[in-house]
Design a protein around this ligand. Structure first.
Ligand code: AMP
Ligand code: MG
Length: 489
């Protein structure tokens, strides 16, 4: 059965909250929209046939030019700490919620990102440019395929309407999906406005809808803080393990579900440098790769502060926040063991990991290529290391580490073939390198959207060998070293 765009079966769960939480408004249409990209798996999730999405009524829908009959569009209010400083009210400055749809994984909210001015646009124009929209679209779907909690992206549509950034660009809209877009900053908003009633309404909404088991806890608000803290720690361990850097870990970009949210100037680590800063705007490196774990904890403290009036005792909030470090440590260790193909825990594993990262750092080794190549190592035959060893300038240092690693593998009776299969399932071959995104963007800016589609397909199977797409796993070309991504999007 074909669902017409106007009849999209939407519910409006968030709109059931009192009006203080949002402003109802319509998206601002864009002239002559066109489909830039669509995720077939995201579409299937909400029961849409991706083949229908290039029909003009759907292109209108995905752009915000057509508002489904059952939609009650709204922009939500929130606040947040930006770069460690209280920023006051922010809110959906360019995102507008259509409502939610059913999926196999429960209800999913759909948002237009870049759909025009809202009361929270502040100095902004309510728009998103094609470049950033393609990046968010591709990365959301890539992260999902990597098994990392994230908002999803259904589509990107574009229009020739100009949008001014550092240079003139054109407008685009991403339809993104998540069970909720409530952020840490949504809670901070009511705390700093001194509105305990709204704070409680929001917490109850989130618990009842997304964390129903916590309702049974002695202190459900403490339990909420603890669970969000744990999920955030786990999320950031996942990021570290794949070399993902978010770039803008402000509290208004932290999902209350512990999902990756608000893709802006993100990056995947290439030549390993733990101090790497992927966001050109972040001069101090607050959100560098190495800082992400502690910033995650800091953000949970900001959430804990906001929830304190509901939790009651400082000690109870502190106890909830204390789960962060062990949760992060346990998760990252488990992920690193898997990345190295280790199936047991042994003393000295830490030292092995630390030595590995030090070696990667000293040799500026490509993060993704290193782990992928490590899976090919054979325990009994150092001669097989050549492709891996070639990634290092300091070969003797590599040999010394590889000897330790081999000894560790022998100690648990590791079998080469089985280990390689297991490692290939956790060490991706394909990640969204900046230069790959850039090539797809440049073609799209010339109205050739084929590369967006091709790259999406590759990134949807990041762990599979795809011999026909070998070049998508290549190191960045020289020109890519000049690529800069910033908060301007
Ligand atoms: P971000 O750093 O992208 O998460 O954005 C921080 C805040 O600025 C959020 O409230 C956004 O909605 C808002 N914002 C970012 N870009 C724009 C824009 N072009 N127009 C309106 N609001 C924007
Ligand atoms: Mg944001």
């Amino acid at each position: 059965m074909t669902i017409t765009a106007a009849k999209l079966p939407l519910d409006n769960s968030f709109a059931s909250l009192p009006p203080a939480f949002y402003t109802r408004l319509m998206p601002t249409p864009l002239p002559a929209p066109y489909l830039v990209g669509v995720s077939d798996t995201a579409a299937a999730l909400v029961g849409l046939d991706p083949a229908h999405l290039n029909q003009s009524d759907y292109v209108d829908l995905l752009t915000g030019n057509l508002v489904p009959e059952q939609s009650q569009p709204l922009a939500a209010v929130y606040s947040g700490h930006q770069f460690g400083v209280w920023a006051g009210q922010l809110g959906d400055g360019r995102a507008i919620l259509l409502g939610n749809m059913d999926s196999a994984a429960g209800p999913l909210e759909l948002q237009w990102k870049g759909a025009g001015l809202t009361p929270y646009s502040r100095m902004g124009d309510g728009r998103a440019v094609l470049r950033s929209s393609i990046r968010e679209f591709l990365c959301s779907e890539a992260m999902h395929a990597l098994g990392i909690p994230t908002s999803r992206a259904l589509s990107v549509t574009g229009s020739d309407q100009g949008v001014m950034r550092e240079t003139p660009e054109t407008a685009a809209v991403v339809v993104r999906m998540a069970p909720t877009f409530v952020r840490f900053g949504s809670f901070e908003h009511w705390f700093y406005q001194n509105k305990p009633e709204q704070l409680r309404q929001l917490a109850d909404y989130v618990i009842d809808r997304f964390y129903p088991p916590l309702r049974e806890a002695a202190n459900p608000y403490q339990a909420l803080l603890e669970e969000v803290t744990r999920r955030t720690a786990h999320l950031i361990a996942h990021w570290q393990a794949v070399g993902f850097m978010h770039g803008v870990m402000n509290t208004d970009n932290m999902s209350i579900l512990g999902q990756t949210l608000d893709y802006g100037p993100f990056g995947f680590m290439e030549a390993f440098d733990s101090q790497h800063i992927c966001n050109h705007t972040d001069q101090q490196g607050r959100y560098s790769y190495a800082m992400q774990p502690q910033i995650g904890h800091w953000n949970c403290y900001a959430l804990g502060q906001a929830l304190l009036p509901l939790i009651g005792e400082v000690e109870a909030a502190q106890a909830a926040l204390d789960v962060y470090q062990p949760a992060f440590a346990n998760k990252i260790e488990a992920l690193l063991r898997a990345k190295l193909g280790l199936t047991t825990e042994q003393e000295g594993d830490h030292a092995l990991f630390d030595a590995m990262f030090a070696l990667m750092q000293a040799n500026s080794v490509d993060f993704t290529q290193f782990f992928r190549a490590l899976g090919k190592l054979q325990v009994a035959d150092p001669a097989t290391d050549a492709p891996l060893r070639d990634q290092f300038l300091d070969r003797p240092a590599f040999d010394a580490w590889a000897a330790e690693y081999r000894a560790r593998l022998r100690a648990e009776g590791s079998v080469d073939a089985a280990r390689r299969v297991a490692m290939d399932k956790v060490n991706p071959k394909y990640v969204l390198r900046n230069y790959l995104a850039q090539l797809a963007i440049e073609k799209a800016q010339n109205k050739d959207f084929t590369e967006v589609a091709r790259l999406l397909k590759v990134l949807q199977r990041p762990f599979d060998e795809q011999p026909e797409h070998e070049h998508y796993a290549a190191l960045p070309p020289d020109w890519a070293s000049h690529l800069e991504v910033s908060c301007s999007s």
